[in-house]
Design a protein around this ligand. Structure first.
Ligand code: AMP
Length: 215
């Protein structure tokens, strides 16, 4: 199964992708995580991406398409994957169509997770992440059960992303509305788009996604 989770930053794409991964065994492909790794490793792609990411802008299509194309060739993507944060522009969606055509695969579902802008800003400011497994936490909404220890992997190091500051979040939302929202009619026209209410609690959103995938 090939699934795209579409939605603005803070909508819960990463959280839901990890829940789907636990249930189905499908691998989660987050271009944001891949780019952050490339930046940390100071690869050529990381260096090209760094400034745009810090400003809350989109990284160039060429870079993101190249890392995704390389990633989906890996063995763990053989039975499908969950795309979290890709595509984010029409050019990326067209490139994905070509990649899937070449592999003889088809896109099964595009799920849009909808959340109001002000709620997104609230959610993102306060977010912190386990450095070992990327599990998301939030003060005050979701703290680890044991203070300082990741619920998922037992890791004890957490970071706050630089681009989770309020002014950068607003730039990221503007980029979403300008460049990613046009993907909604793109996938609507292909009959694969389903939209769900991301304002609901995590468990309810997960249930709705499960129903959509089963249906
Ligand atoms: P995310 O973790 O998905 O919010 O991504 C963090 C940042 O990485 C974004 O604000 C962009 O700068 C960059 N990024 C991630 N995925 C893409 C993409 N598909 N196209 C362009 N830039 C991306």
């Amino acid at each position: 199964m090939i699934l795209i989770l579409l939605g603005p930053p803070g909508a819960g794409k990463g959280t839901q992708a990890r829940l789907i991964m636990e249930k189905t065994g499908l691998v989660q492909l987050s271009t944001g995580d891949m780019l952050r790794e490339a930046v940390a490793a100071a690869t050529e792609q990381g260096q090209a991406a760094k400034a745009a990411m810090e400003a809350g802008a989109l990284v160039s299509d060429d870079v993101v398409i190249a890392i995704t194309a390389e990633r989906i060739e890996k063995e763990d993507c053989r039975d499908g994957f969950i795309l979290d944060g890709f595509p984010r522009t029409v050019a990326q969606a067209e490139a994905l169509d070509r990649m899937l055509d070449e592999k003889g695969c088809r896109l099964d579902h595009v799920i849009e997770i909808r959340v109001d802008d002000e709620e997104l800003v609230k959610r993102i400011a306060g977010r912190f992440v386990c450095t070992k497994c990327n599990e998301n936490y939030h003060d005050p909404f979701k703290r680890p059960a044991i203070e300082g220890t990741c619920d998922k992997c037992g890791g004890t190091k957490f970071i706050r992303r630089n681009d989770d500051r309020e002014e950068t979040v607003r730039a990221r939302l503007a980029a979403y509305n300008r460049e990613t929202a046009p993907l909604l009619p793109y996938y609507q026209a292909r009959g694969v788009l389903r939209s769900i209410d991301g304002m609901n609690p995590i468990g309810e959103v997960a249930k709705e996604i499960e129903l959509l995938l089963a249906g």
